[in-house]
Each structure stands twice: as C-alpha cells, then as structure tokens.
Design a protein around this ligand. Sequence first.
Ligand code: ATP
Ligand code: MG
Length: 592
Amino acid sequence: MRRVHLEAAEDHVQRLARESDPLGAVKELIWNALDADATRVDVVLHRSPLGAVERVTVHDDGTGMAPEALAAAFDRIGGSWKKWTSGTLLKQRTLHGSNGQGRLRAYALGDHIRWTTVADGGGGRSRTEVSAHAATRNDFLIGDSRPTTDPTGTLVEAWGKQSPRLDRLPLRANHRRLTTELAPYLTAYPEVTVVYDGTPVDPGTSIRRTAVYPLAFGAETAQLKVIEWSAAVDRELHLCDQHGIPVGSVDAGIRAPGFDFTAYVLWHAMADNVGDVHLGDAHDSQVTALVAVAREQLRAHFRSRADDRRRELVEGWRAEGSYPYDGAPAGEPARVERETFDLVATTVHRHLPGRGNQRRGTLRLLCEVLRSQPDRVADLLDDIFKLSDDERGQLDQALRRTAAPRVIRAATTVADRLGVIAALRRLALDERAEDPAALRALLADESWVFGERHGLLAGDRTLDGLLVRHAEVEVLLALARREHEGRQNLVVVAAPTVGLKELARVTAYADAIAGDGGLRGRRVDWDVWLVGSEVDSEARLEARHPDRPPGCVQDRVEGGNRVRVWARSWSEVVHECADRVRFYQDSMADPS
Ligand SMILES: Nc1ncnc2c1ncn2[C@@H]1O[C@H](COP(=O)(O)OP(=O)(O)OP(=O)(O)O)[C@@H](O)[C@H]1O
Ligand SMILES: [Mg+2]
C-alpha cells in the first residue's frame, strides 16, 4: 500500500470537484476512459430500493493504469502527459484530457472513490486498487498490485453521498446532454460505445441533419458543424479542437425558433485559447472573434433552414389540398400577398389543427384575415393562438419585412372592386338594369362607383325622409355623408334611356330636392345622377360642356348649396370604374 499526496490546498481540490455538476463529473470519467482507448464505457447509476442514486460506476475496457504509472497519474494536479502527446497510446485517437485534474471531479459523485484498474505493465498484467475519501481528499491510497488474467480496463466507483443532485442523473435530459457533447467523437470513432444508465449514447438515432461550414477569422480558418436533433437539447456552441473534441462551450446565442440543435466550432488551437472565451465579447481575443463568426454562420444556416421548412410545410398543405391558393400568383401584389401568407401561416403552423379538413378551414380563414385586416393580423393571431415570444417576434418581422399590409390591402381593394365591376357589368349591361333591387343591393355599399369622392357614403334617414316628399322620379340609390359643417348627398335616378326629356325632369327634381327646407341650416353638396342604358345624342351634347367635367349637365350654386346633375350611360359608368381600378393596379405594380 502506498499513499500519494496532492501538494495543493484542500479547498482548491474541493473547488475542482465542482460538486454542483455531477453530470460534468461523469463526463470527465467517460473522457478518461476514452483517452485510455476504451471501446466500451458503461456508466451505471445504482439506485437504492427507494430509487435514490447511491452509487455511480464507470467501467471501461481501455488500457488501464500499470502499477508503475499509477503514482504519476494520481500524485499531482496538472501536468498531464496527455498534453504532450498527439493521440491515444494504442489507437492514436484524439485525446480529451490535458489538465491533469479531471479525476478529482469524481468527488461530485460520492465521498468514497475507488479506481480498480487492470493493465499490462513491466511485471505483466496486474490489478490495482486506488482509493480516496473526501475527508482527506488530497490523499490517494494505492493498493498492492496482483497478477491477473482479466481483461484490461478500469472501474471507477463513487458512493456514500446522498445528494439530491445525484438523483437528477437518470433524467433523459442528461442522456441527451451526453449525446450532444459526444456526438462528434462518436461519429469519428464508430467502434466506440458509451452506455449511460442502460441506454447507449447513439447520436445516429437522434441526429436529423448535419451541416458543416468553413469559417475564416483573421488569418485563421476553422469549421462549424451544426447538428439538428430530433429531440429538445440545450442549444450549446461547443468549442472543440480540430477533431471535434470539446474543450469548452458557450451559449449558442442565436434565435432559431422550432429547431433543436447543437453546434461545434472546430479549431486546432482551441484548447490553448478556450480560456479567453470567458473574458466576454468586449475582449479582443481570437476565440471571441471565432465565436462571433460562428454565430453569424449559424444565423445564416437557420435562416435558410427556416425557409426550407416553410417551403416543406406549404408543399404539404398544397398536397393535402388545404392551401388556400391555386397556381402561381399573377402580378406583384398577389405575389406579396402569397409570400406574406406563407410566412404568417408557417409561423403559426404549430397552432393549426392536426386534421386535414380542419386545417383547410383555418388556413382559409387566415387568408381572409390577412386580406381584410392586414395591419392587425399579428394582434389577432396572438389573441387567438397565444403565440410564444419567438413566434410573435417572427410574425412582426415577417409583416415588417415587406410593405405587406399596404400592398395586400391595396390588392384586396382591387380584387373586391373588380368583383363589383363584374357584377355591375352583368346587372347593368347584360341585363340592361332590369332588376333595380339587385342593382340597389350591389351599389348600396359601393358608392365609389359614382366617383372616388363618394367613397364613404351611406344610407341616411334624413335624406330618405326628404326624398319621400318628392316622388316625381324613381330613385335607385340615395346615400349621404355628414361632414364637419355640411353634408354630401348622392341621388341616383335610373331611366331606360337618357334624353332631353328625362334630363329636364331630373334637373327640375334636383332643384326641388335641393330647395327643400328639410336640410336648411347646412351647406349641402348635391350630386344627382341620371343613369340609363343609353344617352341619346341630344342629351350627350348637353353633357359635353367645355367648362364642366364629362357627363356633368349642370353645376350651380344656390343659397350656399352646390347642385350638380350628371347624365351617364351604365356602360360609361362601368368603363370609368374599370379605368380607375386599372390605374390603381398599375401604380401598385410599379410604385415608382
Ligand atoms: N479510466 C482510466 N483509464 C486509464 N487511465 C486513467 C483513467 N482515468 C484516469 N487515468 C489516468 O489518470 C490520469 C489523471 O486523470 P485526470 O482526469 O485527472 O487528468 P487528465 O485526463 O490527464 O487531464 P484532464 O484534467 O484534462 O482530464 C490520466 O492522465 C490517466 O493517465
Ligand atoms: Mg481526464
């Protein structure tokens, strides 16, 4: 029996154990096994009958520690032989260790620690036990070596500490943490198996996708490896040497909603520089520069992945018939609307119903909301779906990125108006205005048909009451708007044809209603339209006066009221509307 003593303050040794992080301790023991060329490492969490973790063992089939090497392995902190060697002794695998202190972390797993190691040494194969106790943590007792024919390898056992922290070791999340950290190593050395609490650590089964990018910073080059996982993981940016052996980690530091990933920066000088990472971004070091370019590349990666994912979602909806658009968008506003819809719908896709036909209904509704209330879409969806901060942020960004709300509103207006024009063409031209009720129903909300300045008129009881007193003509439509100190009235009279006789009658009618005392006290703008299927040549001459706009047969002011009388054919009305919409549409497509 020999005793080796660490020449270091005990509290320093205690600090090195990092007792709050038992998983970190397990990792160190695994790395020690892998550094000893193990092909199988078994971490076993022994539970008490009540389920508490009361003993942790890590067994490996590596080369073990020969008696003559043991004292050197245990009697100091730092000065690891691994620092001066390029690879493991037997298989030249990449080494993880370099600090000569990882073993001390075993105190995080128990007060008692025992290494039982079988190795080939100068005196043949032998077994040796090394034990330590937290009460005298600087001392290691090395037992006598005995010959054996057992296979080489090391068993580390830790027990005698009932810390609730240890009870967290079996959590699935810890298995995943090990998986993400060991992923590059296990991918590089597929012959190695690590089993944690009965389950092999197998990145292959949970890796969704891997991407590798070259990085350049200053005169140096490095690599970024991005692994996307099929389960939630801690988003870490592992700082690795050129072989992918992690020597440190920082937060991934980017937003990539909906992705489970870890990233690895591989750089040959990482081990020597990794300490600088904790100096913070303000510090001008190579590692901070490298982390910055790595994050930039990560951001670009996930921007493009998010685009892929959106495309896949949209393709899926199209294939199942729940996508609310057909074919390719015609024209710029339609393209903007479609693009915005895709962004919005794919951002909230988590909230869409799982069933195809319900999803179809929801997507259609979404499309309607986007058309009718483009500026409020983010608020509405937030109310309905209770979006996460990430989703809300993305949505705001999507809607800000383009002039989407404006263009969509404009495009919707155009689409609506084209619909009204088509209906008007059918009712007024094809059916020669023979169904006044249908025409009235169509035009009641579409007063813009008679000119943009009539855009916001509505039905009005005072005006209706006034017109009842003057029933000389058949009124198709009477709409009004009350303004600051006056009002605007529009009265449309329909006639089969417009001739001088009809004109005279309507002009007299206009005078009569304008002269009615009912609206006294207000300044009133009257527009009285006479619209027929035809305007005969005499009436047309009247309507073409050099001082008046086309169609205006009378424009006079009397007693503060302005009275304008118009004579138009339905086909003129329809064509002028179509012209205005076309102009609007053109100016939208080409905003210059
Ligand atoms: N499972 C093992 N198999 C073989 N040798 C081991 C094993 N565990 C520890 N050793 C030996 O003990 C030494 C000390 O291990 P320790 O983890 O403290 O330091 P290290 O691995 O050299 O460096 P680091 O602190 O970076 O891990 C190792 O260098 C190695 O020689
Ligand atoms: Mg080590």
